[in-house]
Structure formats: C-alpha cells, structure tokens
Design a protein around this ligand. Structure first.
Ligand code: PAF
Length: 297
C-alpha cells in the first residue's frame, strides 16, 4: 500500500519503519523541512523516507495521523485538499474528542480510530527505540470505515498484535481512563510511571478512577471500578520505567494533551451532571503551568 505517516514522533516513526520493512511504500509528513528523513530502529541501519512530498501524499491509500490530539485539526484539515475521498484516514493518539471536532470535514473518507499499548521512545530526530511490545486496536469512526477491517491484516503483518474492535469507543475510554490516572500526576510530580505504585498515591488514584467509572457508566460503557483500577495498576507496572508523555511535555514546557484527556472527561461529566472534583483539580494544575509557560514566550 502507499502509506503516509503524518507526525512521525516515536509511535509514528515506529509504524513507518515497520510498515516499510513489511514491503509498503511509506512516506512521512512532518514539520521538518527536509525532503528526506533517515530513521533507524533499535540501532539497525537507517532507512530513508521521503518527507512532505505532495505527490506521495496524494497517491496514499492510507494516511495515519500520529500527531498529538491538539494537532489533529490543523494537521488533517490542511492535507485534505490533496487526498482522494477513498483514501483511508486513521487516527492514533492519546485522548478523545479531536476527531469528533473535524467529523464534518473528514466524513467523505473511510475513517479509522486506533489505540495502542506499543511503547516507543525517540531519543533524537533520527533514532527510535521500541521500548515495549503491545497491542493495537482499530475500529470504525464512520460507516465507510467499517469496510476497512482488512487493515488488521496489513498492520498486524508489520507490527503485531493488531485487532478489530467493533466497540472502539470502549477501548478509547479505557485508554482515556489510564491516561487520566497516570499522565497529570506523573507530569505534575515529574516522576516515572512506576512511582505511582507508592502507597501515597493510592487515595488520589482511587478518587480519579471512581470519578471515571461514574462518567463512563453514564456514557453507557460497561465497566466497574475494580476493572478500571486493575487496568491502571497493570499499566503502571508494565510501564514502570517509562516517562509518560505528559511528564515529558511538562519537563520541556510543551503544550500537553490534557485538554483531550482530563479535559474531555470533565466536559463529558458536565453533560451528565457528575461532579469530578479530583480530576478538575489536576486539570487546573496542569493548565496553570501551561499558561505560565505561554506568558513567558
Ligand atoms: O501517554 C503515555 O505516556 C502513555 O499513554 C501511557 C500509557 C500513560 C504510558 O506512559
């Protein structure tokens, strides 16, 4: 397939290399002005990718957006004029709500939502480390997206395990719950994910998860406090040595994804008239820091 990866950060670069190695024509679209970007995975020989090539973009059968949630709108709307309506758009990022915001612009395309537990790290622009094996779930955002189940085979062949989830919203909410629990705390405290296993975080984690359970149940998602708490605990253990994306963003004083993580939870809670004070407090603390950096600029 002709595939373009928009936003080759750690996860996007990992997919780019794996899809190229599986025999696809893969190109990149990024903020960098280079026409070619060399990427190397886990110390292997570098592979050259063309970057920001409009002809390759226009010929894409599949465009995978791995930009941050807050970049989805700008990144996708600017590229749509170059794409055929049968080009499949796939979105893979933390958080929820970003694709809903652009639904009217993209609904002519088959649209796929994805979530992954693959872990990757990019120490610099050219090197990628695959730091944890995980699973990727795909599901349809719209009706034509439902005809794209064949993508499971394409992607699974390149970077297993990939599966189709007809209830992708449930998977996205579960990942949102994990991000609400881990990201603001690790960002504010500047600690690794594993540090959240300390007893001193038990109370706050339990309150975050209680609030999430209430909101998810109000949305009609089948879940229980115990199940969510177990998922959060499992991810804290499995990624104990990792620096969460929000910890890194806050360390480098970059805009975080909090609006689409805790912010999305708060918006949904408001619609259902559910109080989420603990999540609200964490949201306000992250935003306060973001605003402080903006004022410094
Ligand atoms: O955002 C992240 O860093 C990741 O989604 C997760 C699962 C919290 C692991 O670090």
């Amino acid at each position: 397939m002709n595939i373009t990866i928009v936003g080759p950060g750690a996860i996007g670069s990992l997919w780019a290399i794996k899809l190229l190695q599986a025999g696809h024509n893969v190109s990149l679209w990024s903020r960098a002005t280079d026409t070619t970007i060399d990427l190397s995975l886990d110390g292997q020989a570098s592979l050259p990718f063309s970057n920001n090539n409009i002809e390759k973009l226009a010929a894409s059968d599949l465009v995978i957006f791995t930009v941050k949630a807050w970049q989805v709108e700008e990144a996708s709307i600017s590229l749509l004029p170059y794409l055929d309506s049968d080009t499949i758009l796939m979105f893979l990022h933390n958080g929820m709500g970003a694709v809903d915001k652009i639904a009217t612009h993209i609904n002519a395309h088959p649209v796929i939502l994805a979530t992954t537990t693959q872990a990757a790290f990019k120490p610099d622009r050219y090197r990628v480390s695959h730091t944890g094996l995980g699973q990727t779930q795909l599901g349809a955002f719209n009706q034509t997206g439902q005809q794209c189940t064949f993508l499971v085979d394409v992607l699974d062949n390149a970077l297993p395990a990939v599966s189709w989830n007809p209830e992708i919203k449930t998977a996205l909410w579960t990942k949102l719950a994990i991000n609400c629990a881990i990201n603001p705390l690790t960002g504010l405290e500047q600690i690794k994910n594993g540090a959240l296993a300390d007893q001193k975080f038990e109370g706050v984690l339990s309150s975050i998860i209680k609030e999430l359970t209430q909101v998810m149940q109000a949305k009609g998602i089948t879940c229980s406090f115990d199940e969510l708490a177990a998922s959060v605990k499992q991810v804290i253990q499995a990624t104990a040595q990792n620096n969460s994306s929000m910890k890194q963003d806050m360390f480098y004083q970059r805009k975080t994804e909090v609006d689409f993580i805790t912010g999305y939870l708060i918006k949904t809670a408001l619609k259902h008239q559910i109080d989420v004070p603990v999540n609200q407090k964490l949201f306000a603390q992250v935003k306060e820091q973001e605003n402080r950096w903006n004022q410094q600029d």
